[in-house]
Design a protein around this ligand. Structure first.
Ligand SMILES: Nc1ncnc2c1ncn2[C@@H]1O[C@H](COP(=O)(O)OP(=O)(O)OP(=O)(O)O)[C@@H](O)[C@H]1O
Length: 426
């Protein structure tokens, strides 16, 4: 491992099977990466020669090479070093196994059988590189001409849409080095909390709903069916979190579970679900641990990106709406003590109860999901068109000012109050 100091412009020669890792320091810094010779990739996306790739503040990246390369970094980076030990060969072998299952599925589909490619779920505690491994496996699949579905069930970060949601996208192109996967036509369900434990009943309902929709998508498209699914999960792996993982496995009829870094979780899963292939993989030494403030700031960045795009390329709209034009519900009511529960009511019922919300100052800074449901009865399981943020509330004039990705008017659908908050400082 070679540690390098701060730099403005520096060349790196990488031997085969090595990785250059760096972080972009400073709030307004950018760093340009160029591949000068050889071949290299960033989390599975191949770099074009001599093309500058820009990384922005907060980026934590690794440039891996199978056969050796020379790279140039321009700008101030932190903790920059070349790692000679990486788990990339194991990750590639895992991809090769998934590819074999896809080929198998292809052959079955050609014979007219009702089959599909591997549904793979990545699990492990926080900060072990689950999202990164999803990206690598998806990129390798696309580079083989596959069209896999990516499902992100990690409500803490919400890489599709915003934190507090679960989402799915069809991956048709390798991720862009700086911006990740293209997010055209994502399927998004609003959960409204940052941890599944906040309303596990509702979380499990949404997971089952997502699984059914993804299943339908595969039935309707043979190429997608053979390519399979890669599912990212939350880093919550103990007690109820563990049960929720087993529910995901059941709902999606998962074929392969990849456990990153935690042997205990691996052994528990092997014991409890012996009929699913469980694979243990080590985490990469490059994965950067995030402190709680870093996570908060990453969530904020995610919502800012939702409205303004990466590096302010979109222009969201802010406008006023009459309170009387808004129909808002909240999902889940506070639990009643057992003694107060009506005899025919189950504990789970209050978790999925729809509670009408009167617009008022308490909505300020909250994100509201614009549901595609027009009737309250469909609210729980409808996906969402997008999100508005309440910028201001004028109680006197009964007006609410909102930030929206779309111009006014708001669609005449129902809004769902979420626990997610955002302060717009742009
Ligand atoms: N090999 C690597 N070298 C440098 N940075 C890396 C490497 N792998 C991952 N990272 C960085 O580490 C950070 C954490 O990785 P990642 O988001 O994949 O972890 P995670 O397990 O999904 O976390 P969480 O459970 O919190 O969602 C990311 O910023 C990612 O870019």
């Amino acid at each position: 491992m070679t540690i390098q100091g701060k730099m403005t412009e520096k060349e790196f020669k990488l031997e085969p099977d090595c990785e250059l890792r760096f972080e972009v320091e400073g709030k307004k810094e950018t760093v340009d990466l160029k591949l000068l010779s050889g071949k290299a990739e960033v989390f599975g996306t191949e770099l074009a020669p001599d093309k500058p790739y820009t990384f922005f503040s907060g980026a934590k990246a690794a440039v891996y090479t199978w056969h050796g390369c020379t790279l140039k970094l321009t700008g101030n980076t932190e903790g920059t070093y070349i790692a000679k030990e990486t788990p990339m060969v194991m990750y590639l072998n895992t991809h090769a196994c998934l590819e074999r299952l896809r080929k198998h599925a292809d052959e079955g589909l050609n014979r007219g059988e009702d089959t599909r490619g591997p549904v793979t779920m990545i699990v492990g505690p926080g900060d072990v590189g689950k999202s990164t491994l999803c990206r690598i496996l998806l990129n390798y699949a696309v580079r083989m001409g596959r069209r896999p579905i990516f499902v992100d069930l990690d409500v803490g970060q919400g890489s599709i849409a915003i934190p507090g949601t679960i989402g799915a996208i069809l991956v048709e192109r390798a991720a862009s080095v700086g911006e990740g996967f293209s997010q055209e036509a994502p399927l998004v369900y609003n959960f409204g909390h940052l941890v599944p434990l906040a309303n596990l009943t509702f979380y499990n309902i949404l997971v089952s709903r997502m699984a059914a929709t993804v299943q339908d998508k595969m039935v309707g498209n043979r190429k997608v069916a053979a390519s399979g699914v890669i599912i990212n999960t939350c880093g919550w792996v103990k007690d109820e979190g563990y049960k929720s993982l087993t529910h995901v496995a059941q709902a999606f009829e998962v074929d392969v579970i990849i456990v990153l870094d935690q042997e205990r979780l691996y052994n528990e899963l092997v014991r409890d679900i012996p009929f699913i292939k469980i694979v243990f993989l080590p985490k990469s030494g490059g994965v950067v641990e995030r402190t709680p403030p870093m996570r908060i700031s990453a969530r904020d960045d995610r919502i800012r990106e939702y409205y303004y795009g990466l590096h302010t390329k979109y222009h969201p709209h802010s406008f006023e709406v009459k309170m009387s034009h808004l129909t808002i519900y909240k999902i889940g009511a506070p639990a009643l003590p057992d003694s107060c529960m009506p005899a025919d009511m189950k504990v789970d019922d209050h978790m999925t109860k729809l509670v009408p919300v009167e617009p008022g100052v308490k909505l300020k800074h909250h994100m509201l999901a614009v549901s595609l449901a027009t009737e309250p009865k469909d609210l729980l399981t409808s996906n969402v068109a997008g999100f508005i943020c309440v910028l201001d509330v004028d109680d006197e004039n009964k007006m609410v000012k909102v930030l929206s990705p779309q111009p006014k008017p708001l669609p005449k659908t129902i809004l769902i109050l979420t626990e997610i908050q955002f302060m717009d400082s742009n």
